[in-house]
Design a protein around this ligand. Structure first.
Ligand code: CA
Length: 232
């Protein structure tokens, strides 16, 4: 998808056409470009293109719960601001939304001006936090994960990791020394699109062990896996 670089491209996930076109019209007249997804599957495909600066997310979608979608997008490394726009005004939903990684939460009915102000604020936050120095590597001198090149350094050598292996490695590096259950790993690395009975986690842990050294990912019986950075 091609768009002018000075235009801010937003992804609107909304199944109600009337609301979608109302929001789209307002955003366009304020200089944004907008893509609309009416269900979770389309939304995921679009979000993964990486073309967007912000997502507006409705929670009641025909094929998937919006909170689930939110978690799955975050689990797949989508880090752009996500503003929830929903009829659900339950405190529980709000809490779940923020815990699931939303940056803002606006309930319907809403005024377009308020949505616009919030979108602009979230875009601004993000450009501020981007400007601050963010770590681009995780790990230590002996074992390092480069988040930009998606490579891992083991015994002085950089190895490129395929997409899922990288996501799994990133999860391990971020949770070093903690036991992660298979379910947590499935959720974070494969998102909603998995069969809880599958052994895919074990298979990918096997791939990583081959590359990082088998001793750094310990199997904790009945609980899951624990990653430990090599210290020598
Ligand atoms: Ca809806």
């Amino acid at each position: 998808m091609h768009h002018d670089s000075f235009m801010t491209h937003l992804l609107l996930i909304e199944d109600e056409e009337r609301i979608a076109s109302f929001v789209e019209k307002g955003l366009r007249s304020n200089g944004f470009t907008v893509a609309i997804a009416g269900d979770g599957k389309t939304a995921t495909g679009l979000a993964l293109t990486g073309d967007f600066s912000l997502i507006i997310l409705d929670l009641g979608l025909p094929d998937q719960d919006g909170l689930e979608l939110l978690e799955s997008l975050r689990g797949q490394g989508i880090e752009i601001p996500i503003v929830i726009l929903t009829a659900r005004d339950d405190l529980d939903d709000k809490v779940a939304g923020f815990e699931g990684g939303a940056d803002d939460y606006l309930t319907k009915p809403f005024r377009f001006e308020e949505l616009l102000v919030r979108i602009k604020a979230r875009l601004r936050d993000r450009s501020v936090s981007k400007a601050q120095a963010q770590p681009t590597t995780l790990g230590n001198g002996l074992m390092q994960l480069d988040l930009r090149s998606r490579q891992v350094k083991v015994q002085g050598k950089w190895i490129e990791l395929p997409s899922r292996e990288f996501t799994l490695a990133e999860l391990f590096f971020q949770n070093e020394g903690q036991v992660l259950s298979r379910e947590q790993i499935l959720n974070r690395v494969w998102g909603y699109d998995y069969d809880p009975g599958s052994n895919i986690v074990d298979v990918y842990v096997g791939y990583l062990r081959k590359k990082l050294g088998s001793s750094c990912i310990k199997t904790v019986r009945g609980q899951g896996y624990c990653f430990q950075l090599s210290m020598s």
